[in-house]
Design a protein around this ligand. Structure first.
Ligand code: ZN
Length: 311
């Protein structure tokens, strides 16, 4: 069990204005802001992490906010939709909330036997609230505006849009331990039984659609979860043996990462549970300080001036 991929670890997307992103995810959606740091590869840019109380893997959505960035285009070769798990009773609350706050959203509809409410963030990133038919016992982070009974519990699934699903499906089944469980139209649902939540990847086949382009309002990569670095390095061998280029292990302070582009074009990451978000801030103070990795700590005075203030 534990030597497998344990579902989704986090998903990273590209945003425009940092304050607008912060307001949408913490206030409108009611997520916890669990870490304020910088892009380790470009420290002049923030890296925001939102999740549940503990910042558990499977709940973490992260953003690189670049003010004024050109919008991207959703299409094959990228993660196209992020699915959050909610209780079935909450969907009317959310529809009303989206109407009141003028959040672009679709109609509540059914797909693969589940009720789905699609919506978009201020940059046009596509998200969905899904009442899981598989159950979800995770406790949600509550805010005054979004109570625990209606709050998101973490990821239900991620949808990848692809020209052809086969090469990506092979990675999911042969290396990651997922199985094709259901299909509806051009949507193929892969599930791992290694975990009970954040365990779904939907592949949507769109052979004619124009290829996706990264930019504001699109997903940058999907990170899959492993227990620790030993499992991670075993997977690295298997992926390299398939002839795919994969990075060495990279220290992201809150987890260790490997990156590779799967043959369908989506950037995948494999991230560890250790050490987690409390490594440099106590649980009750998560997200309240600007945290910098040791290699960028010498830039602190400069970054505190140049990064936009968030409140
Ligand atoms: Zn990542």
């Amino acid at each position: 069990m534990s030597n497998k991929i344990l579902g989704i670890h986090h998903i990273t997307a590209i945003a425009g204005n940092a304050q607008r992103n912060f307001d949408f995810y913490t206030k409108t959606l009611g997520l916890r802001f669990v870490k304020k740091t910088v892009n380790f590869d470009d420290p002049g840019t923030y890296h925001f992490y939102y999740g549940n109380e503990n910042g558990n893997p499977g709940t973490i959505l992260t953003f690189f906010p670049w003010d004024g960035i050109v919008g991207g285009r959703v299409g094959p070769g990228m993660a196209s939709e992020i699915g959050y798990s909610v209780s079935a009773d909450s969907l009317n609350f959310w529809k009303n909330r989206f109407e009141e706050l003028k959040v672009p959203h679709g109609e509540i509809s059914e797909r693969l036997g589940e009720v789905v409410l699609p919506f978009q963030d201020p940059d046009g990133l596509r998200l969905e609230l899904i009442a899981s038919k598989y159950g979800d016992d995770r406790s949600a982070w509550a805010t005054p505006a979004v109570g625990a009974d209606v709050a998101t519990k973490g990821f239900h699934s991620v949808t990848l849009t692809l020209r052809s699903i086969k090469p990506t499906a092979t990675i999911l089944t042969d290396i990651f331990g997922y199985e094709l469980k259901e299909q509806e139209g051009n949507r193929y649902r892969f599930i791992t039984d290694a975990v009970s939540t954040a365990s779904i990847v939907d592949l949507v086949e769109a052979p004619e659609m124009a290829r996706g382009l990264n930019g504001g309002g699109t997903n940058h990569h999907v990170a899959f979860r492993v227990t620790d670095e030993a499992v991670q390095m075993e997977l690295r061998e298997k992926i390299a043996a398939k002839g795919l280029n994969i990075t060495p292990k990279i220290n992201r302070d809150y987890f260790y990462s490997l990156y590779f582009r799967e043959p369908g074009g989506v950037l995948f990451e494999i991230a560890t549970d250790n050490p987690g978000f409390t490594v440099d801030e106590p649980l009750n103070e998560l997200g309240t300080h600007l945290k910098l990795p040791v290699q960028h700590e010498h830039l602190r005075a400069e970054l505190e001036k140049s990064l936009p203030a968030i409140n």
